[in-house]
Design a protein around this ligand. Sequence first.
Ligand code: G3P
Ligand code: CA
Length: 279
Amino acid sequence: MVVIGHRGASAYAPEHTFAAWDLALELGADYLEQDLQMTKDGVLVVLHDDSLDRTTGGAFRGRVIDSHLAEIRDCDIGSWFNDARPARADPRFAYQRIATLDEVFARYAGRACFYVETKNPEEAPGMEEALLSLLDTHGLRAPAALEWRVLIQSFSESSLRKIHTMDPSLPLIRLLDGRFAARRSIERDLATIAEYAVGIGPSHLDVNGRLVEAAARHCLSVHPYTVNDPAVMRRMIDAGVDGMFTDAPDLLLALRPPEEPRGRSATAAAAQRYRDCRG
Ligand code: G3P
Ligand code: CA
């Protein structure tokens, strides 16, 4: 089971900041998650929303895709967390700034694995090419393909199919929303996903044993989002999932048996299981 630090350890530090990723790594998460947005000048930055309204507390309004990197890079994206979570507030969070994906790869490559999401890719033509170019710049393409040290996720089938066409060796995760598990067409839909992806990311609300078993028939890993309650984590483990997104990696790590592989060993083992399954 892999532990994915959702936006970093975002229960304890402002999401998608070095503070949150540093903490997730320190706690022992196997993957650090990054949601991608693209600036007007074509730079990939890490931010969940397509605007800065929420994470600057309204200090900067406007969409990332309409802004140049120079206009947004000095925005304070940490203070909102101190206001929203006073029990977890830290004055150092006020110094957190938007990170480019290039900076994230430079800081953590070699000591962390990445779980990168193409967000709003239809509005940001070139996002996929820019991502693959950065994988090359940081020597991550082969480790992604061989040992799943980078997983690329999206709700957009077309974005994932585009990446698959550019490089079929890259491991892709299809995110799912709505009620997928209850569909009568689940086998056919999973077979379609297995044409380009190695796994699915459903909402934890949609996970049951039937879904996990059906995914396994197509060699697909199951990584539900976003699980922060230990009772739900336990339910996911019992259902047989292969990993989880969580804002609180320490809570999930406390449930992982100590003999299970961690970090790169865990991601490499998952890659090998996939190859064995696909024959
Ligand atoms: O990427 C998995 C999960 O993060 C999807 O939800 O909205 O947090 O990106 P969101
Ligand atoms: Ca995400």
